[in-house]
Design a protein around this ligand. Structure first.
Ligand SMILES: C[S@@+](CC[C@H](N)C(=O)[O-])C[C@H]1O[C@@H](n2cnc3c(N)ncnc32)[C@H](O)[C@@H]1O
Length: 433
C-alpha cells in the first residue's frame, strides 16, 4: 500500500494528504497507522533511499513496473529504520510484490534487500559516496538555493532537521498558569508532555495522539499548532477594540489564537479558498469565538473591504512551505524551482494590496513558513523600498535570527526548523508611519 501511495505522489503528482486519504480507506484499520507512518518516512528520506536503491540495482526496474521500484524504497526504509528484524522486512516486501501482481520481482527484491541488510550489519554507510544534496535528503534545486542563502553547512543541518519526525505541539488557550495546569491534566491522563522552549502557551507531546483523545480539545481550550506559529499573537501586539485583518486565514489556527489571546479584538478573516474557509468556521466554533469571515482575494481588497482601516493586519501568505517539509514531505516531490518566481510575485502583490488598508501607526505582520530568503528578508527589503512609509521593527525575542541588509536595516527574523522543536518560519513586523 505504501508503494502504491508513492506511485500516486511521486509519479502522478498527487498531494500526500489526498492520496493517503484514499489509500487508508482501503487499509485494514489496524494497518492504517503503519501505512501512514511509512509513507511519511519514505518521503522524508526519499533522496537517500533512491540513491541507495540505485547503487544496489544492476539495472533500473522497467518503467511499467514502477510500483516495484517504490517497493524497494519501502523495504530499504524498513531496514534503515530498523523497525523490524531485517529478514522480516525482506520477507514482507517480497510478499507485497506477489500481492501487487509482480511475482517476477520476488528474486530481485530478495537479492537487493538482503544486500542492503548485510551492508547495515557490517556497519557500512551506503550514503558515504552520495552527493551533498542526497545526504541532506533534498532535491538538487532546493539544496542549491539553501546553500546560496545560508551556506553549505547550514543547508546540510536544515536537511537533517527537515528529515526528522516533527513533534505534535499544542497551544493552550489562556495564560501560562493554564499551561501548567494543563500539563498536570496530561500527566494525570498518562500523556507525556513538556512545555515548549519559547512559547509560553505551547506543549510538546512525547507521542502524537488523535485529537479526540486530547483532554479539553473539543471544548476549544487546546489546539494543535506548531510553536513557531504561536508567536504571531505576541508580534501583533493586540489590544481591546482593535480592528484586525487576518488576510490569508485558513484553516484558522492563527485567527483562533488571536481571538483567544485577546477576546476584545474585532477580526475579519479572509481566504481565497472556500473549502479551506469552512475549516476556519469549524475552528472558531470549537473555540466559541466569532470573526467576520470573507471568501476573497487578499490581493483584490476592493471586492471585499468596507473602507475602514485596520489597526493590525496579519499576512500569513501562501509560500513554498519549505520550513514545514518534515510535516509535508511531498513538498519535495511536488514543488519545482520554477514555482518560486510566481509565488514571490503573489506575495508581493498581497503585501502591496493590503498596505493601504492599514491605519497610520498600525502594524502588519508578514509571515511565511519558508526558509528561502527570496520569500522572506528579500521580499521585505523590496517591500520597504517600494513603501517609504513602512519600516520593519526590531523584535525583542529570543528565537530566530535577525536579518539585516547591507545598510543595517532590520528585515525580520528567520527561524530554522529544529529537531524535536519548532518548524521553519519567517516573521517581519512592518509599521506604518
Ligand atoms: C499559510 S496558509 C495560512 C495559514 C493560516 N493563517 C493559519 O494559521 O491557519 C495560506 C493561506 O492563504 C490562502 N491564500 C492563497 N492565496 C490567497 C489570496 N490571494 N488571498 C487570500 N488568501 C489566499 C490559502 O488558501 C491558504 O489558506
Amino acid at each position: 500500500m505504501v508503494a502504491q501511495l508513492l506511485v500516486q505522489v511521486v509519479t502522478q503528482g498527487q498531494s500526500l494528504d489526498v492520496a493517503l486519504g484514499r489509500i487508508l480507506q482501503q487499509a485494514q484499520p489496524t494497518h492504517r497507522g503503519l501505512v501512514q507512518a511509512m509513507g511519511y518516512e519514505v518521503l522524508r528520506h526519499y533522496e537517500a533511499l533512491v540513491f541507495w536503491r540505485d547503487q544496489l540495482l544492476e539495472r533500473p526496474v522497467p518503467a511499467k513496473s514502477a510500483v516495484v521500484a517504490f517497493l524497494i524504497l519501502v523495504g530499504l526504509e524498513r531496514i534503515r529504520g530498523a523497525r523490524r528484524e531485517a529478514s522480516r522486512s525482506v520477507n514482507a516486501t517480497v510478499q507485497a510484490a506477489r500481492e501487487l501482481g509482480h511475482p517476477w520481482a520476488t528474486g530481485l527484491l530478495n537479492a537487493v534487500l538482503r544486500r542492503a541488510a548485510r551492508q547495515i550489519e557490517e556497519g557500512q554507510d551506503p550514503m558515504s559516496s552520495a552527493p551533498a544534496a542526497v545526504q541532506a535528503r533534498m532535491p538538487d534545486w532546493l539544496f542549491a538555493r539553501l546553500t546560496a542563502d545560508w551556506g553549505a553547512d547550514q543547508a546540510g543541518a536544515l536537511g537533517e532537521a527537515l528529515a526528522s519526525h516533527p513533534p505534535m505541539t499544542l497551544r493552550i488557550a489562556g495564560r501560562e498558569t493554564d499551561r501548567a495546569s494543563y500539563l498536570d491534566v496530561l500527566a494525570a491522563t498518562d500523556i507525556a508532555a513538556t512545555p515548549t522552549d519559547f512559547s509560553p502557551r505551547g506543549v510538546n507531546l512525547q507521542h502524537p495522539l488523535d485529537v479526540d483523545r486530547l483532554p479539553q480539545f473539543a471544548e476549544g481550550r487546546v489546539s494543535v499548532q506548531d510553536e513557531a506559529a504561536q508567536w504571531v499573537v505576541d508580534l501583533l501586539d493586540l489590544s481591546r477594540e482593535q480592528r484586525v485583518l487576518d488576510a490569508c486565514s485558513a484553516p484558522g489556527g492563527k485567527t483562533l489564537a488571536m481571538l483567544q489571546h485577546e477576546p476584545g479584538v474585532h477580526v475579519t478573516a479572509v481566504d481565497i479558498d472556500l473549502t479551506r474557509m469552512a475549516r476556519v468556521q469549524e475552528n472558531l466554533e470549537r473555540g466559541k469565538v466569532v470573526a467576520r469571515l470573507i471568501v476573497g482575494d487578499a490581493a483584490q481588497p476592493s471586492a471585499w473591504w468596507d473602507g475602514e482601516p485596520f489597526d493590525r493586519i496579519l499576512a500569513d501568505v501562501p509560500c513554498s512551505a519549505t520550513g514545514v517539509i518534515r510535516r509535508h514531505p511531498d513538498i519535495k516531490r511536488l514543488r519545482r524551482a520554477d514555482d518560486l518566481a510566481p509565488l514571490c510575485a503573489r506575495q508581493a502583490s498581497i503585501l502591496d494590496a493590503l498596505w493601504p488598508l492599514l491605519r497610520s501607526g498600525g502594524r502588519m505582520v508578514y509571515a511565511t513558513c519558508s526558509i528561502l530568503n527570496q520569500e522572506n528578508a528579500a521580499q521585505v527589503a523590496a517591500f520597504l523600498d517600494r513603501h517609504p512609509d513602512a519600516r520593519a521593527l526590531p523584535m525583542n525575542v529570543s528565537w530566530g535570527i535577525e536579518q539585516r541588509d547591507a545598510a543595517g536595516r532590520t528585515l525580520g527574523r528567520q527561524v530554522f526548523p529544529q529537531r524535536e522543536g519548532h518548524d521553519g518560519f519567517y516573521y517581519a513586523v512592518l509599521e506604518k508611519a
